[in-house]
Design a protein around this ligand. Structure first.
Ligand SMILES: [Zn+2]
Ligand SMILES: [Zn+2]
Length: 168
């Protein structure tokens, strides 16, 4: 936390500094940036030259379980952590926002790896199910490797053609 103590990071603790509305804006902005970072990194990790040492550990389970969400090879774990090291120097974030993002990330990772879909009959509406990534979406990535690289949103998969159209 040395960089924080010296005021080098953009972390802050006084909500009034940017206003309450900014807590929400910065939360969603960070999720989108993380999703973008993850998407391209994830595609790179599927390159045949790096897959074996960088990402095969995560794909050991073809049918994922909540434990899979914590299974990463070291290079992947490090590059994912790097996002958080970088973001606090790029975007002003309240400490509570950082905690909320870490919590969202953990819950979402477990959710994505449940291995079955409850979205269609459950609380997520059709629209949300289309734009948010869930177990059905990510489970398919574990089986096919070439589709569904996103973390939270289907945005990049849709835009860059890695979305499985059969699911719609
Ligand atoms: Zn996975
Ligand atoms: Zn993968």
């Amino acid at each position: 936390m040395k960089a924080y103590e010296q005021g080098l990071t953009l972390l802050y603790i006084d909500v009034g500094q940017y206003g309450a509305w900014y807590l929400g804006i910065s939360f969603f902005a960070t999720l989108f940036l993380q999703d973008t970072y993850f998407y391209f990194l994830h595609r790179a990790f599927h390159h045949p030259k790096v897959f074996r040492w960088a990402h095969s550990g995560h794909h050991r389970s073809v049918i994922s379980t909540p434990w899979t969400s914590f299974a990463f090879d070291l290079p992947e774990a490090l590059t994912q952590a790097l996002f958080f090291v970088a973001i606090v120097f790029i975007l002003p974030l309240h400490l509570v926002t950082v905690l909320a993002i870490l919590l969202t990330m953990t819950v979402w990772a477990v959710w994505n790896h449940l291995g079955f879909t409850i979205t269609s009959s459950f609380f997520l509406s059709q629209w949300l199910g289309k734009w948010l990534i869930g177990p059905g979406h990510h489970g398919l990535h574990h089986r096919r490797h070439s589709q569904h690289f996103g973390l939270y949103f289907t945005f990049w998969d849709r835009l860059l053609g890695t979305q499985n159209l059969d699911r719609e």
